[in-house]
Design a protein around this ligand. Structure first.
Ligand code: NI
Ligand code: MN
Length: 225
């Protein structure tokens, strides 16, 4: 299974047969050189409605017919924008997409569009795909029930470290200890001035305080699991 980081919270998973985008904020994301019109995933998974997560979802999904998986109101909002295959779920529920499943977890954050409509609630996603279980925390504060998410048997956790709008590096390192996860990937940093962070210092903290390995990916870098 290959994982590509486009910077911010945008990722692609590829198992050789199916391709999945998570929070595909590509246009307007200065960290990536990726051309969004070159992406043709089978599915797009969204954590919440903020534009730095929905990003290019509607343009990509209406062009290539990708299934859009999101919380109930956000999935149906995507449907109202012309996306034909929407797969709504909600916290605690699991939704299937081509090649895998996504289980919605809570996330402490907000969820709104630039017109101040607020489709859906924010979520994290436990994604089972390509033989691996990956927790995308989405935008969230630290919360104690991450200890329950550890019981999902995670292979990888993708955590925001930017601070200001989500947990910062100190709380993210506490999350790593609760999640008991072999590999952690930091995200949601260095896109905008209020979320500037040093991921190498986060890596040192994680690898000193826990048994987890911290993988700092450069934008547009691909790694294998
Ligand atoms: Ni957000
Ligand atoms: Mn965000």
């Amino acid at each position: 299974m290959r994982l590509t980081y486009f910077g911010h919270s945008a990722f692609q998973l590829d198992d050789g047969e199916n391709t999945v985008l998570i929070d595909p904020f590509i246009s307007g994301n200065d960290l990536t050189n990726q051309d969004p019109s070159a992406l043709s995933p089978g599915s797009i998974l969204l954590t919440h409605a903020h534009d730095d997560h929905v990003g290019d979802t509607v343009a990509i999904a209406t062009r290539c017919g990708a299934a859009v998986v999101a919380t109930f109101e956000l999935a149906n909002w995507a449907g109202s924008q012309g996306v034909s295959d929407v797969r709504p779920g909600n916290h605690g529920g699991t939704v299937a997409f081509p090649g895998g499943t996504a289980k919605f977890t809570p996330a402490w954050h907000t969820s709104s569009r630039s017109d101040w409509s607020a489709p859906g609630v924010p979520a994290g996603l436990v994604v089972r795909f390509g033989g691996k279980t990956i927790y995308f925390a989405g935008d969230t504060a630290l919360f104690g029930d991450m200890a329950l998410i550890a019981d999902e048997g995670l292979d990888v956790a993708v955590l925001p470290i930017g601070d200001t709008f989500t947990m910062g590096p100190i709380d993210a390192a506490r999350a790593v200890r609760m999640l008991r996860v072999p590999v952690v990937i930091p995200c949601h940093y260095n896109t905008f001035p209020p979320i500037r962070q040093d991921p190498e210092s986060f890596r040192t903290t994680v690898e000193t305080d826990s048994a987890s390995r911290c993988l700092v990916l450069a934008p547009d870098e691909t790694t294998g699991f």
